[in-house]
Design a protein. Structure first.
Ligand SMILES: Nc1nc2c(ncn2[C@@H]2O[C@H](COP(=O)(O)OP(=O)(O)O)[C@@H](O)[C@H]2O)c(=O)[nH]1
Ligand SMILES: [Mg+2]
Length: 290
């Protein structure tokens, strides 16, 4: 494998909420597998004491750091805080990584190596060579379906859009954080990928074997899925409306009139999408499959 020494200083960010049974395992395996990388645990004041344990690990190892937050504010908020910390500390590469062992530290080296030829690298379950282990069928269908839906709505040429193992060069991350990012939920993975694509960054997917957690509980819920669907639909309609506007403008030779008509159409579509989203948020289905 290509050496990763020339990538600069690496920070692996691990958001945690009630991961006391996983924290020692994940930090030990990461330190063994990618010894040069630093680790930042972003804990949302986990009731099970994950934050305190992280402090103990950090006291013993100068490559482990902890960011304590007041309470559970969601994955997106935790990652945003972790990114801000890492960029402030001038890390060259920043990585998103789960605490629960679903992402295997032993596969991180391959993901990092792909950064030599890419701006953003996604660990991917849905490219050849990628896989999931011990996932119930409904979870696999949801993940595959979610990625396909997002790919079609946004025209995003990525297979595993919702995947949570992502690595960025600092400059790439700094740029894409200027664009809108889902403040709370798992939509952060879609938004980071979409923003990177829109800005023309090179995104590479590296196959990973994703193993369902064996300890602790998933924080994924039906509401998280619903929120992701609504936001993806909003983004997609806006994107497709913009494409239509551009096409009409070109067909009409770019006359102001065509632009105006298309503009009104896009406005109407956006308002309809917003209205639909508000209605579903108010009345929509609760819970359901993850
Ligand atoms: N700090 C923080 N971490 C979270 C939050 N929600 C999930 N996580 C962490 O994010 C990672 C992925 O969440 P997980 O529940 O495993 O989701 P799943 O893999 O999609 O089932 C895990 O390390 C969780 O502990 C949150 O609200 N705050
Ligand atoms: Mg998980």
């Amino acid at each position: 494998m290509q050496s990763n020494d020339d990538l600069g200083r690496i920070l692996v960010i691990i958001p945690t909420y009630n991961e006391i049974d996983n924290l020692d395992m994940i930090t030990r395996r990461l330190r063994a597998s990618v010894p040069e990388a630093h680790i930042l645990v972003v804990d949302d004041n986990s009731p099970d004491g994950t934050g305190r344990r992280a402090d103990e690990l950090a006291a013993e190892d100068d490559h482990i750091h902890v960011l304590h937050r007041q309470g559970k504010e969601g994955l997106g908020a935790a990652y945003k805080a972790g990114f801000a910390w890492g960029l402030e500390q001038d890390y060259d590469v920043l990585v998103e990584f789960d605490a629960d062992g679903s992402h295997q530290p032993e596969q991180l080296g391959r993901v990092l190596a792909a950064l030599h030829d890419a701006d953003m690298v996604k660990g991917s379950r849905w490219v050849p060579g990628g896989s999931v282990v011990n996932w119930p069928l409904h979870r696999e269908l949801l993940s595959r379906g979610g990625s396909i839906y997002t790919r079609l709505m946004l025209g995003l040429p990525v297979r595993d859009i919702t995947g949570g193992l992502n690595a960025f060069h600092a400059d790439t991350l700094r740029a894409i954080l200027n664009d809108p990012i889902d403040g709370q939920g798992y939509g952060i993975q879609r938004d980071l990928t979409w923003n990177a694509h829109k800005r023309g960054f090179r995104i590479t997917e590296v196959p990973i074997e994703f193993i369902e957690r064996t300890r602790g509980e998933s924080k994924m819920s039906g509401d998280v899925v619903k929120e992701a669907m609504i936001r993806t639909t909003e983004l997609g309609l806006r994107h497709r409306g913009q494409q239509l506007k551009d096409t009409v403008g070109r067909l009409r030779g770019g006359t102001e009139h065509a632009g105006e008509v298309a503009g009104r159409f896009v406005g109407a579509v956006s308002r309809a999408a917003g209205e639909a989203a508000r209605t579903v948020r108010k009345n929509g289905p609760k819970g359901g499959a993850r």
